[in-house]
Design a protein around this ligand. Structure first.
Ligand SMILES: Nc1nc2c(ncn2[C@@H]2O[C@H](COP(=O)(O)OP(=O)(O)OP(=O)(O)O)[C@@H](O)[C@H]2O)c(=O)[nH]1
Ligand SMILES: [Mg+2]
Length: 237
C-alpha cells in the first residue's frame, strides 16, 4: 500500500510540475505599475504576489520563473521596484511584484508610502490567492518579515515561504535555516507548510514554484474567470 501511495505521490508531483511548465510557457505581459491604493486595478484574475525585504530577489525570481531577463526590473541597489507591478500570465493569473519593505535608505515619506501601499494591497485584495514571502536563505526570517506574516495572518491571506539565493549558502546551513523557518511558520495560522528553496541565478527550485502557482490558477476557476463580478465571494482560503 505504502508503495502505491509513494508511486501516486511521484505521479502527482510530476503532473503538478508539468502544469507549472505549461502555465509558465505561456505569454506573460506587463499590465501596469501602481503607486497608490486608489490606482489598483479591478480584481480581474486570481493573483499571486511576491513580497519580501528589499533586495531579497523578488523581481529576479519573477524573471527566472517566466524565463525573461527583463520582465521585472532588478537591481543591485535596493529599492528598485517602487510600484506594485502586475503581470498577466497566460490570461489565467496575475503575478504581482511588490516593492520591498525594510529599505532604510529611502526618504521617510517614501518608506511610509511604500509600506502603506504594500499593506493596503495585502490586506484588501479579495482575489489574492497566495503570497510568496521571499526570505534570503542567508538571513532567515527577520523582524520585518514577522510583521508582514502577522498582517497576513490577520487578513487570512495564505503565504508560502520561498527561500531565495540558495546558491550563496552551503547545504548544511541551508538545511538549518529551513528547519528554523519551518518551526516558526508552524505557529502561524495562514502560513502554508511547504517551504520552497530557490535560486534565480542558478535556476534552482523554479519548477516547484511554477507548480505551486499553477495549482492556484487551476483552483481558481470561479467567479474571476467567468464574470469577474463577485471577487468578495471567492475569498475561500
Ligand atoms: N546570487 C544570487 N543573487 C541573486 C539571486 N536573486 C537575485 N539576486 C541579486 O539580488 C539583487 C536584488 O535582486 P532584485 O530581484 O532586484 O530584488 P528585489 O527583491 O526585487 O528588490 P526591490 O525591488 O528593491 O525590493 C540583484 O543584484 C540580483 O542579481 C539569486 O538567486 N542568487
Ligand atoms: Mg524588485
Amino acid at each position: 500500500m505504502a508503495e502505491n501511495d509513494a508511486a501516486g505521490d511521484v505521479e502527482a508531483k510530476a503532473a503538478a510540475i508539468e502544469a507549472g511548465r505549461v502555465l509558465f510557457a505561456q505569454e506573460c505581459e506587463f499590465v501596469m505599475g501602481v503607486r497608490t491604493e486608489a490606482d489598483l486595478p479591478q480584481a480581474e484574475l486570481p493573483e499571486v504576489a511576491f513580497a519580501g525585504r528589499s533586495n531579497v530577489g523578488k523581481s529576479s525570481l519573477l524573471n527566472a520563473l517566466t524565463n525573461r531577463r527583463t520582465l521585472a526590473r532588478t537591481s543591485n541597489t535596493p529599492g528598485r521596484t517602487r510600484e506594485v507591478n502586475f503581470f498577466r500570465l497566460g490570461g489565467r493569473l496575475m503575478l504581482v511584484d511588490l516593492p520591498g519593505y525594510g529599505y532604510a535608505r529611502a526618504g521617510k515619506e517614501e518608506i511610509e508610502r511604500w509600506n502603506k501601499l504594500i499593506e493596503d494591497y495585502l490586506r484588501g485584495r479579495s482575489n489574492l490567492r497566495r503570497v510568496c514571502l521571499l526570505i534570503d536563505a542567508r538571513r532567515g526570517i527577520g523582524a520585518p518579515d514577522r510583521k508582514v506574516m502577522e498582517l497576513l495572518d490577520q487578513a487570512a491571506v495564505v503565504y508560502q515561504i520561498v527561500l531565495t539565493k540558495v546558491d550563496k549558502e552551503k547545504a548544511g546551513a541551508l538545511a538549518r535555516i529551513e528547519q528554523t523557518a519551518a518551526g516558526e511558520i508552524a505557529r502561524h495560522g495562514a502560513a502554508y507548510p511547504e517551504i520552497l528553496a530557490t535560486s534565480a541565478a542558478k535556476k534552482q527550485g523554479l519548477e516547484e514554484v511554477r507548480a505551486a502557482v499553477a495549482a492556484l490558477a487551476e483552483e481558481a476557476s470561479g467567479p474571476f474567470l467567468t464574470d469577474g463580478a463577485h471577487p468578495s465571494e471567492s475569498k475561500d482560503h
